[in-house]
Write a protein that binds this ligand. Structure first.
Ligand SMILES: [Zn+2]
Length: 208
């Protein structure tokens, strides 16, 4: 991703504060790192439904539905999922150069990002899970067109796993997509504000 523009042969740069540095010659180039916000959830959580209202509610971030890279990265009917997730981290790093954070809507788990090559080029990754009751999820999945996946049992099990393992659970139950988007936007802003508190130790910190 970041290569030294002076050294031969190519040297991969290392992240250091807001730059990328060559460990051989000391060359640096800008490489800001901003937090990544992941809105995860099993199928039927409402991730796709909130895309447009969330993008409108969070103009200070860039919001994506991760499914958008499935078609471009598909070869002979299969996807290299690590490459797919790493591509999203690269996109987030690029967006950070303009000072903005990225919000990804997709069924991701923290451990799937931890060891990816581009992970070190982004800041902290914050996760929230969209959740609803099993009955609501079943009804939403059954209302989908037939070309979409209908493995209801698997989706319910994945939802239960996320509910257990992700600290921030946002309930979408009977909310409209607009209401859920506002809930997610509030979580992003709350989390970003906490980080700014930590970044400026001299400011009066109000512990929550
Ligand atoms: Zn160098």
């Amino acid at each position: 991703m970041h290569y030294c523009q002076r050294c031969e042969p190519a040297v991969v740069l290392e992240p250091a504060a807001a730059v990328a540095v060559c460990s051989r010659c000391g060359w640096t180039e800008p490489a800001r790192r901003e937090p990544l916000y992941v809105v995860t959830g099993a199928s039927g959580s409402g991730k796709t439904a909130i895309f447009a209202p969330l993008a409108a509610a969070l103009p200070e971030c860039v919001v994506f539905d991760v499914d958008w890279l499935i078609d471009p990265l598909q070869h002979n009917g299969s996807v290299d999922w690590d490459a797919f997730r790493d591509a999203w981290l690269s996109v987030a790093h690029g967006i950070a150069q303009g000072g903005r954070s990225t919000v990804l809507l997709g069924p991701l788990m923290p451990e799937q990002l931890a060891d990816l090559p581009s992970r070190r080029w982004i800041g902290p990754a914050h996760f929230a899970v969209l959740d609803c009751t099993d009955e609501q999820r079943r009804a939403r999945l059954q209302a989908r067109p037939s070309w979409r996946e209908h493995a209801v049992g698997e989706h319910l099990a994945f939802a239960a796993h996320l509910r257990r393992t992700i600290g921030t659970v946002l309930h979408t139950g009977t909310d409209t997509p607009d209401q859920t988007a506002r809930q997610v936007a509030a979580w992003v802003r709350r989390t970003a504000a906490r980080r700014d508190d930590h970044a400026t130790p001299l400011s009066a910190s109000s512990s929550s």
